[in-house]
Ligand binder design. Sequence first.
Ligand code: AGP
Length: 604
Amino acid sequence: MCGIIGYIGKKTNIQKTLIDSLKTLEYRGYDSAGLAYVTDKVNIIKSKGKISHLEEKIDKEQEGMLGIAHTRWATHGEANDINSHPHKVGSVTIVHNGIIENYMELKKLLEKEGYEFKSETDTEVACAVLDYLKNKKLWNNLEIIKEFSTYVKGSFALGIIFDDELDTLYATRCDSPLILGLGKDETLIASDIAAVIKFTKEYILLDNNDIVKLTQDKIEIYNKKLEPICKEKQTVNWNIEQAEKGGYEHFMLKEIHEEEDVLHNTINEYVDTMETFLQKMPDFAKYKKIHIVACGSAMHAGLIGKYLFENYSDIETTVEIASEYRYKKVFYNHNDTLVVLISQSGETADTIACLRKAKENGIDTLAIVNVVSSTIAREADKVLYIRAGVEIAVATTKAYLLQVAMLMLVNLKMMAEKSKIDDVELKEILKAFKASPKVVKQILDQEDKYLEIAKMIHKDEDIFFIGRGIDYAISMEGSLKLKEISYIHSEAYQAGELKHGTISLIEDHTKVISVMTDEDLYLKTISNIKEVKARGADVILLTTPSLDSDYEFADRKIVLPEANKYLVPMLSIIPLQLIAYQVAKLRGCDIDKPRNLAKSVTVE
Ligand code: AGP
C-alpha cells in the first residue's frame, strides 16, 4: 500500500527528481516518506508525515544519478522516522511495498546471527536477509536477490542498492506492482505508471520474481532462474495533465468531471454497433450462478450488478465482500458458476486472493478492472477493462461509474443471449448508452444545486441514506462517498428496514437523503420517507422526471435529466458524488487524501 520509485540516469538533481516523482504516488500512502541517493556512499533522508515534510529536508541542488524513494502506508510499526523507508542494514539499502508475512521467523533467525533491529518493520528484516545472504560471500548481487525470494513469504516490490555496486540499481517484485519506465538516458522503477509519465511514455511490466539490474547505460532483466529475458515495451496513452489536476482544485472534482469523457471512451470501445457489442462481450450463456466479489465501492457497483442480473437476466447472483469470501466455505458448481471480480486498481489483496481461490477451484473468472495489466487483470480468465484512465483521488468516482456501466453492458449481453430483449430494444438501449455522456454533462452542470444541498447538510454529524431495491445499492455508494471524505457518520439503509430499529435515531432536522428512481418500488419508498418525515427529518430527495412530483415531504429535490430508464442506476450516483465533494470542501477536509485511507489496499 506504499509507493516506491527508483531512478538511474544522467546526472540530475537527484533528490528533487525523486521527490517530484514520489509525489505522484502519494495517493498510495502518505504517513511517512524517505529517499536514498548515491554519492561516494548511500545517503538516506527520511521523515514522518507527507512528502512535503520530507521535501523540507532535502537539498534540491544535490547532484546525483542514482536513488530510490518511498511513500508509506504503515502496516508494521507506527508512522515515524525510524519505521519509514529506505532501510539500510549492513551494505544493503532498500525501499519496499508489500508485506513480508514470515518476517518474525526471519527476525529470530537473524537475531541469532547477531543482527539488531532499529525499527518495527518487516522491511528492515527483509533488508537484513539480503545483507545476511551478502555476507555469506557465495553469490553475486543478482544471485542474492534470487536467493532472497526463497527466504521470504508475502508480497514485495523492492528497489535495492548494494554498497559494493553504487552505480547499479536493482529491483524485483512478487505480488506487489512494479514497472520499469524507459526514459532517454534514464530508467526508473515505480509502483505505478503515474510516477514515470514525467520522464517517459514507454514502460515495461515486470512479472513475479523478475529481477532487474539497471546501470547508466544498460537494462538487464532476468527471470527467477536468472535467465536473461526480454519484455514487451508498452506505451501509456495518459499525459502529464492527466496526472496533474488539469486546473481543478482537487483530483476528485477533476475525475468526476472526466466522467463524461471516460464514459464516452468506454462505450465507444464496447458499443460501436450491436454486432461489435455482442462480439466484444464474453459469452455468459452457460452460467446459472454468478458470484460478484469485490471491496468497498467496487462491491457497491456489484450490488447494482446483482439487481440487474437477477431482475433482467434471471441469473442467481450473490455479492460477496472479498475479505469474507476468501475465507468462507463456498459451494461451487463447476459447470455453471462464474466469479466476477471488480477492482479499480486490480491490486486489492483480498480481491486477488478470491480470484486465486476461484481459480484453484476450477471456476471461471471474469475481471472488471481499470488498471491495465494489474495483477487481477493478468490472472483472471477474462478481463473487461473500464477506460477510466489514472484515478488519483482516494475516493473512487469515475471508475465506480464505469464499473456500473460495464455491469449494465454485461447484463445486456446476458439478456440478449436469453432473448429477454429483442434486437430493436437492444439497439435502442445501446443508442441511449452512446448518448449518455451528454446526460452526464447535464448532471455535472447542476453544480450549484449540489452546493446548496451541501450547505444544508455539512454541519450535521449523522446522515442517513435510504432507498429500496437498486436505490439501496445507489445509497450505499452515496453514503460511502460522503463518509470517506467528509468524516460525517453516514449510513445507508433499505428504506423498509428503518422501522425495525434505526428509525429511533431520527429526530428533528436529522438529514435523510432518499434515492427514489425504482419505478416498481417508489410508492413503497414514499411511505418510508413519510415515516422519517413524521419524526422530524429533513428530506433530500433524488429522483427521476417520471417519478417527480411536488412532494411536500421533500425539503430539497434533485431531479435527474430525462434519460433511458436502463441508464438511471449509473447516472444517479453523480449528484451524490458532487454533494459529498462539496460537503467535504465546506468542512475543510483533505479531499484527495482522506485520513486513514489509501487508494489501493494491497495488504490483507
Ligand atoms: C472507494 O472510494 C475506496 N477507495 C475503496 O472503497 C475502494 O473502492 C476499495 O478499496 C476497492 O478498491 P479497488 O476497486 O481498487 O479494488
